[in-house]
Design a protein. Structure first.
Length: 498
């Protein structure tokens, strides 16, 4: 009963903090990508052939497509999904935290999550990483084939929504099983994932797109691992007082301390420390470091927050250990640091990321007070977003029927207007630097000839991904075959000229 009451309080607090953020600000790329692939599943388009896939995994699109079928194709369904993800993240973080910490310390990572939740649409990553941690701890409680099979099913489910987390979970279980010399458990755990992969391979092979899809998955994964902008901040950024830089260096301190605690377990934890306790610390260290791949790919505050739950948990473990020591003053220091961490997260959010949708900031509502009614429901925007989007949607609504072409990073315009994409590429990132893909895109444009285009010459991953640099032939085709007839802010309205 007490556990249920705690979870009810956690869920209620999470809902109160997250609800004001839902429907505030449209992520024209990330949310647009989610809707784009969901619609592709709903319309039964062939992956790899009719559109180029990404490396996330199909789970989120299958789920949202099903929810649209049950309810409606609207933002309300998306916001509801984001809310449920957040409730699950909070519940799992508390459950995992209680395996490592006493109650008064277990609340620290939850509080850090509340004040700095990260991008709402990245909830699948946070929930998946915590689910793997929870499932692996259950395996460590009672190693055996039954628990290995249960973890294998969990791993397959997580991989369906995030392929990279599937790999991380497999590495975590491999280290754990080999460390306990339970090689047979590896085969048992791998069976559900292998069967799932075989099933998808059979389906894709039946559609004749297996090789194409695998190639596109690998291409997208490689592209995401080779982002050059932004770069990791050096010591000079720390000296200048750059808050983002200090937070990006924090994992080195936290996981370095956790590694020291693990290596010197008997000396630091005391002779009463058990092998089970050391295994739990090892699991947290391994999965925590693996989830930091988000920061390695793109070292910025928003991506750090995607690896935040395990990082805050590891920090709480270190602080809780400090309170166990008999050295004078360590308990007071630990308490002070414990209070300082969420305080600094709040201050940094307010000062450097006020209203930033990508950080999941609690300041989002105060920045977005202008409403806009769309085909998917009402949303709230800041003045700049509204000044660009409202007239663009109005202009598109007055144009002749037909497909729309959005060459760069605003795929949500397809969903907001109900116009089809003629290219099969959700944005410039999917054809950047690939001549064959660019040729295919132009061929499809010649076949469908979308009467209108909306062009924003922007980039979400460094200047080398600007369309003029990454796809100059496509850029030239746009300027040759489409004329600008108006604009709203950065958005250039264009009509086909031939």
């Amino acid at each position: 009963m007490r556990r249920l009451l705690i979870h009810a309080v956690l869920a209620g607090t999470t809902a109160l903090l997250i609800l004001p953020q839902l429907g505030r600000g449209l992520m024209l790329y990330d949310l647009g990508e989610l809707l784009y692939f969901t619609d592709a599943f709903t319309d039964r388009l062939a992956p790899g052939a009719d559109y180029q896939v990404n490396a996330y995994g199909p789970g989120r699109y299958l789920l949202l497509s099903g929810l649209f079928g049950l309810f409606s194709r609207s933002f309300d369904v998306i916001w509801g999904l984001f809310l449920v993800l957040r409730l699950g993240i909070t519940a799992l973080l508390w459950q995992v935290g209680r395996r490592y910490l006493p109650t008064h310390w277990a609340i620290l990572p939850v509080v850090c999550l509340w004040v700095a939740p990260g991008p709402l649409h990245k909830g699948f990553y946070l929930l998946g990483s915590l689910a793997l941690m929870w499932g692996f701890l259950r395996y460590l409680d009672r190693p055996g084939r039954r628990r290995a099979a249960a973890f294998g099913l969990l791993l397959a489910a997580v991989a369906l929504f995030r392929l990279d987390l599937g790999l991380f979970g497999a590495l975590l279980f491999t280290f754990g099983a080999l460390g306990q010399r339970r090689v047979a458990d590896l085969a048992v755990a791998a069976a559900p994932t292998a069967l799932g992969l075989l099933g998808f391979a059979i389906v894709l092979a039946g559609e004749g797109v297996l090789g194409t899809v695998i190639g596109q998955l690998l291409s997208d994964a490689f592209t995401n691992q080779t982002i050059s902008t932004p770069s990791f901040p050096g010591p000079s950024s720390l000296a200048s007082g750059n808050g983002d830089a200090w937070f990006l260096w924090l994992p080195l301190v936290v996981y370095g301390g956790l590694a020291l605690l693990l290596v010197r377990a008997e000396a630091l934890l005391g002779r009463g420390s058990t092998s089970e306790e050391r295994r739990r610390l090892g699991a947290l260290l391994v999965l925590g470091l693996l989830t930091l791949n988000q920061v390695r790919m793109k070292p910025e505050f928003g991506h750090l927050l995607q690896a935040g739950p395990l990082l805050w948990l590891a920090a709480a473990v270190l602080l809780a250990w400090m309170t166990r020591r008999t050295w004078p003053g360590w308990g007071a220091v630990a308490l002070g640091l414990g209070l300082l961490l969420p305080t600094l997260l709040v201050l940094h959010t307010v000062q450097a990321h006020r209203g930033d949708v990508y950080t999941g900031s609690f300041t989002i509502p105060e920045e977005r007070r202008t409403s806009l009614d769309t085909q998917l429901g009402r949303v709230w925007l800041n003045e700049g977003e509204h000044a660009e989007l409202a007239p663009t949607l109005a202009w598109l609504g007055q144009q002749p029927p037909g497909a729309l072409w959005v060459p760069t990073n605003q795929p949500l315009l397809y969903g907001l207007t109900g116009r089809d994409d003629a290219t099969g590429f959700v944005g410039v990132l999917y054809y950047a630097g690939d001549r064959a893909d660019q040729n295919q895109l132009i061929q499809r444009l010649e076949t469908r000839r979308p009467p209108v285009a909306v062009f924003v010459n922007d980039t979400v991953e460094g200047p080398e991904r600007l369309i003029g640099v990454a796809a100059p032939r496509v850029h030239s085709y746009l300027l040759t075959h489409y004329d600008e007839v108006g604009r709203a802010g950065r958005m250039r309205w264009m009509r086909r000229s031939d």
